[in-house]
Design a protein around this ligand. Structure first.
Ligand SMILES: C[S@@+](CC[C@H](N)C(=O)[O-])C[C@H]1O[C@@H](n2cnc3c(N)ncnc32)[C@H](O)[C@@H]1O
Length: 417
């Protein structure tokens, strides 16, 4: 810092008097600055603009912060704003064994968030900016923030198994869908995939989602509606109303398909091969049909049906999306002497039971997952330099599904000669 101040004083004082009126030029002043180099490459009018910027009074970094005009969040165009009643809030509780407990609740003035570490009235959350730590009645700190779409779909009420967000992101890429596209989905299930498709195609796009069971159809619609409502309250902008949930067996929807051309299809259902003959005429030529299947034997059945029925699909890829979670934690130094004998918290205590299941408590959903280090809040460790232990976590996500990418093609034109 002292070096910077000295340098800053030298530049701003322009001390040329001691050199016969000629400003003394230091070595670094005679070579071209990066800005000057850029300026010389630009057309004259743009170079002048760069020059004007460069001529603006310079402020050293620490003063810059102090003199910077205070811009409100709204003026800066930042996302609004404090928590409001009616939107979703996610509370994170740090737990033993480096686990984080996530609680999802819909904020209402008279309600209370019940965490295992104490109560927190919703009225204490409403009005706070997301990212705020608050204390429960038992004195435990909770981090309050808005849930991501990934967290919402993992925590929302479930009927059938959802397509997992890690797989959904790969499917979106496989289908290469854009804002404005039309996508056909079967089945709606709990609505997880529908929500991500809705976001991907945006307000000008459309998602057509078939579901054979009315309980699943209603759940998917409800989860979608709840997310839209919470989004609109929290973000003060509309989430696109672009999903048509249709209660119908896809294998009976051949007539519907005649009136629609879709950019992509995603099938997450038992026996997707039964849907292919019905849906393929509506898929644009060259479009992708992504199929989500739990077992590799199901993938074989699918490909066999395509082969035997001569359906116009080429199988491009079959993938599994695997993530490897790592644990990077400040080490505990044993006996306060030897940094050789370091172990992180997970090594010195019994590993916990796998705690990834979802639990729903009244209107609150709870997810236990990722690893954190409780000792980060420990002042001694915050301010001392400590060794770290870094290695793959004990707990890894298991297999979820195989993603098969099918490309619709047009067979060779038969030659007339
Ligand atoms: C695993 S779930 C889909 C989950 C959904 N992708 C999600 O992310 O929430 C499979 C769904 O396909 C539906 N389904 C099965 N066969 C169907 C068919 N022939 N037509 C329409 N839906 C069907 C089931 O009722 C079930 O709800």
């Amino acid at each position: 810092m002292r070096v910077w101040r000295g340098l800053w004083r030298a530049v701003s004082s322009g001390d040329g008097a001691a050199h016969g009126g000629r400003p003394r030029r230091r070595a670094w002043e005679t070579s071209l600055s990066p800005l000057e180099r850029v300026r010389r490459l630009l057309p004259p009018e743009e170079a002048a603009a760069v020059g004007r910027c460069a001529a603006a009074p310079q402020v050293p970094p620490e003063e810059e912060e102090a003199t910077a005009p205070q811009v409100s969040l709204e003026e800066a165009g930042a996302r609004p704003g404090p928590f409001r009643a009616g939107e979703l809030a996610l509370a994170e509780v740090r737990r033993k064994y480096n686990a984080t407990l996530k609680l999802l609740c819909r904020l209402a003035a008279g309600s209370v968030l019940a965490s295992p570490r104490g109560l927190l009235p919703h009225c204490d959350i409403i009005g706070q900016l997301p990212g705020q730590m608050l204390r429960t009645s038992a004195g435990a700190p909770l981090l309050l923030r808005r849930p991501s779409l990934e967290e919402y779909v993992l925590l929302m009420p479930r009927g059938p198994t959802i397509a997992y967000p890690k797989d959904i992101s790969a499917i979106l890429m496989m289908m290469d869908i854009h804002p404005g596209d039309t996508v056909l989905e079967t089945g709606s299930g709990s609505g997880a995939m529908s929500l991500f498709l809705s976001r991907a195609v945006g307000p000008k796009g459309r998602v057509i989602s078939y579901e054979i069971r009315d309980d699943h159809h209603n759940l998917a619609k409800k989860n979608y509606r709840h997310w839209r409502t919470a989004w609109e309250i929290g973000h003060m902008e509309e989430w696109p109303d672009n999903v048509d949930f249709i209660l119908k067996d896809i294998s009976t929807a051949a007539a519907d398909m005649k009136s629609v051309t879709v950019d992509a299809i995603v099938l997450d259902m038992l026996n997707p091969q039964s849907a292919l003959p019905v849906v393929h005429p509506s898929l644009k030529q060259g479009g992708v049909c992504a199929v989500y299947l739990a077992n590799i034997t199901q993938v074989i059945d699918l490909l066999d049906r395509i082969r035997t029925c001569k359906l116009p699909f080429l199988c491009e890829t079959i993938i599994e999306v695997t993530y490897r979670n790592w644990s990077v934690l400040p080490a505990k130094i044993k006996n306060c002497k030897s940094s050789q004998m370091v172990e992180n918290q997970e090594n010195i205590e019994e590993p916990p039971q796998k705690e990834y299941e979802e639990i729903h408590i009244q209107d609150q959903a709870v997810l236990k997952e990722s690893e954190y280090n409780e000792s980060l809040s420990d002042d001694a460790e915050t301010y001392c330099s400590v060794p770290y232990v870094a290695r793959p976590s004990y707990w890894q996500d298991g297999h979820s599904a195989f993603l098969t990418k099918l490309r619709k093609f047009r067979p060779l034109l038969s030659s007339c000669c």
